[in-house]
Write a protein that binds this ligand. Structure first.
Ligand code: DC
Length: 223
């Protein structure tokens, strides 16, 4: 029998990270934050002066990172690159924008597939991203698509950045959120969209605890 997977896709600021991590922790499953992987690559490209449209150089960089980088676990947001926790650097808009830019490149996405699928380990995996249910784990046991209005998502990002001591401008963040949605949803390869068999939840008017309750109910019904 294959290892069970729950996918939670959605745009930035929909709360999918917090919900996926909490769900993985409740179930005692592994957690894949696939956005971190794109962000790590964006961060390393900026650091090493690799151009965000140099597909071959980015593929080579992804190969090197897959052996030196440790992704976050359900109980810890730390992302270790060469032994250093770079999670705070990954949460900046610069890293998010870089990730979104290189994520349009098909060869880069292919280069990251094995790394992501390797996270499917017993007893189960909760995977969050943009194409978890459509491309990476099309046979997932339960597929959710979490979303919220752009203004609400920009406010959530604003709070997250303040919490980690980063400067933030709400109006600029809203523009970034909308630009990133456009880029992620209109790209040719693996665009942001619900899988045909996904359940969509809009949590604009719900806090994290309520959203987690709704998700747990769906999980109980399904598994
Ligand atoms: O979820 P996030 O904000 O950390 O993701 C950062 C960017 O990475 C996002 O704008 C697009 C890209 N991404 C992707 O293309 N596919 C994924 N499965 C996850 C993220």
């Amino acid at each position: 029998m294959s290892v069970p997977v729950i996918t939670i896709d959605g745009p930035g600021g929909s709360g999918k990270g917090a919900i996926s991590r909490a769900l993985a922790s409740r179930l005692g499953w592994h957690y894949l934050d696939s956005g971190s992987l794109y962000r790590v690559l964006g961060y390393a490209a900026l650091r090493d002066d690799v151009s965000l449209d140099d597909e071959a150089a980015l593929v080579a960089l992804a190969g090197r990172l897959s052996t030196t980088c440790r992704l976050p676990a359900a109980d810890s947001p730390a992302v270790l690159l060469d032994g250093r926790d770079i999670n705070a650097d990954l949460r900046t808009e610069a890293a998010g924008k870089a990730a979104s830019k290189l994520a349009v490149l098909p060869a880069v996405r292919t280069a990251l597939l094995d790394w992501q699928r390797h996270c499917r380990q017993p007893p189960g995996l909760v995977a969050d991203g943009r194409d978890m249910g459509t491309v990476v784990f099309p046979d997932a046991d339960l597929k959710l698509f979490l979303t919220a209005r752009p203004g609400v998502r920009a406010e959530r990002r604003y709070k997250q950045l303040k919490e980690i001591g980063k400067e933030a401008d709400l109006a600029a963040l809203r523009q970034e959120v909308e630009a990133r949605d456009r880029r992620d949803s209109t790209r040719q390869t693996a665009p942001l969209k619900p899988a045909a068999d996904a359940i969509t939840l809009d949590n604009s008017d719900e806090d994290e605890a309520r959203t987690l309750d709704s998700v747990l109910e769906l999980v109980r019904d399904k598994l």
